[in-house]
Design a protein around this ligand. Structure first.
Ligand SMILES: NC(=O)c1ccc[n+]([C@@H]2O[C@H](COP(=O)([O-])OP(=O)(O)OC[C@H]3O[C@@H](n4cnc5c(N)ncnc54)[C@H](OP(=O)(O)O)[C@@H]3O)[C@@H](O)[C@H]2O)c1
Length: 341
């Protein structure tokens, strides 16, 4: 049996959910991969906890001040890092300061925050290639909605011609509430904030930047598109008025904030903006806090995935899906005996 040590940097809603889920799945990892997966370190911005024998759930409420930072993770001797800190795509930090040394040291790294991937994606991929580390990013690429896995596995070998993604749950909720309940943008936003699923400062979502970051990550990591943020034109939903909503409704159209990627003779063009979709379009029927992606390929035609889950559990589960991809590649799965007919 092989022992796999995991550390988590960034211990807020998603980091904690990832820790809890990992601990409840330890028997599964043992049975499926023959791996004793231990959580050996966790840290937030000021405090953390480490134990080479493995932390248990009851330890995780008593973090110790000062146990944090890239060096703290380094000394935990983790085989795998899960990074779940804040996202800042203008600086890449603070995730970059954990992800970069982790990949350079050859440590398989699962990234949930988007900032470092947008800011330094090319550099991080090159680092991983050089060191042989696996870099997995499902949590940052719309999380519970499969995006990268569709490109890397389900549509393998096909040429992607076009992608349309409704990649931000908050903006889908807001436009849906405006369409179905006749609310103004500010009224819908107030409800989302009261429900705890829109930030006090919602501009990263409402102005389209979160969608742009996810689209860019999907394009660069899934298709090697080589885009930078400046290549994208980005429009949000903050100026949508009740009058515009009424006009769309009367024309049988449904507005969605869509990240669009087109492959024009091998060159990718990307944008984020409002698309008024005919009501017959499956993406027009996406309600509430859901996300969706439509991928059009040369040989498999149109593929659509839609989904959501309760946060932060579903984002944690997307990161642990990546953990299983790593275990499957690094540790030989244990053969499961077939039931006799
Ligand atoms: N929440 C979701 O549903 C969701 C969905 C998809 C993706 N994401 C992404 O997942 C990431 C985490 O989201 P969240 O909701 O868990 O955020 P959160 O609750 O604000 O947690 C962020 C965590 O990062 C820690 N942190 C800040 N600076 C740090 C540093 N220098 N070193 C170590 N830790 C540091 C914070 O520590 P302190 O507590 O000490 O400040 C906190 O523990 C974000 O990048 C977000 O975009 C979230």
């Amino acid at each position: 049996m092989v022992t796999i040590a995991v550390a988590i940097a960034g211990f807020g809603g998603v980091g904690r959910a990832a820790a809890d889920l990992l601990l409840t799945r330890r028997d599964r990892y043992l049975q499926v991969y023959g791996a004793d997966v231990r959580l050996v370190a966790v840290c937030g911005s000021r405090s953390g906890l480490a134990d080479p024998d493995g932390l248990e759930a009851e330890h995780l409420d008593a973090l110790e001040e000062g146990l944090t930072g890239p060096k703290f993770i380094e000394t935990s001797a983790a085989d795998i890092l899960i990074e779940a800190g804040p996202s800042d795509f203008r600086t890449g930090g603070p995730g970059l300061s954990y992800i970069q040394p982790s990949l350079a040291a050859g440590r398989d790294t699962i990234v949930i925050s988007k900032g470092a991937l947008v800011h330094s994606g090319v550099k991080l991929r090159a680092l991983a290639e050089t060191s042989g580390a696996m870099l997995k990013i499902s949590g940052a690429a719309a999380a519970a909605l499969p995006t990268i896995d569709l490109l890397e596995h389900s549509l393998k070998g096909c040429q992607v011609l076009e992608i349309e993604g409704i990649l931000n749950a908050t903006t889908n909720y807001l436009l849906d509430a405006m369409m179905s309940q006749g609310l103004s943008f500010n009224e819908a936003l107030g409800r989302a904030q009261a429900g705890g699923f829109a930030e006090a400062d919602p501009r990263n979502d409402t102005e389209g930047w979160d969608t742009a970051a996810k689209l860019l990550i999907i394009a660069n990591f899934g298709l090697d598109a080589g885009l930078v943020m400046e290549d994208l034109s980005v429009e949000g939903i903050q100026s949508v008025t009740k009058e515009r909503i009424t006009a769309w409704r009367s024309e049988g159209l449904v507005p969605k904030l869509v990240g669009h990627l087109a492959n024009v003779k091998g060159k990718f063009r990307a944008s984020v903006g409002i698309r008024a979709l005919p009501i017959s379009d499956p993406l027009a029927r996406l309600r509430g806090k859901n996300k969706a992606i439509r991928i059009i390929t040369d040989a498999m035609g149109e593929t659509i995935a839609m989904g959501s889950g309760t946060e932060p559990l579903s984002t944690a589960a997307a990161a642990l899906k990546d953990l299983e991809h790593i275990l499957a590649a690094r540790v030989r799965p244990v053969p499961v005996p077939r039931a006799s007919p």
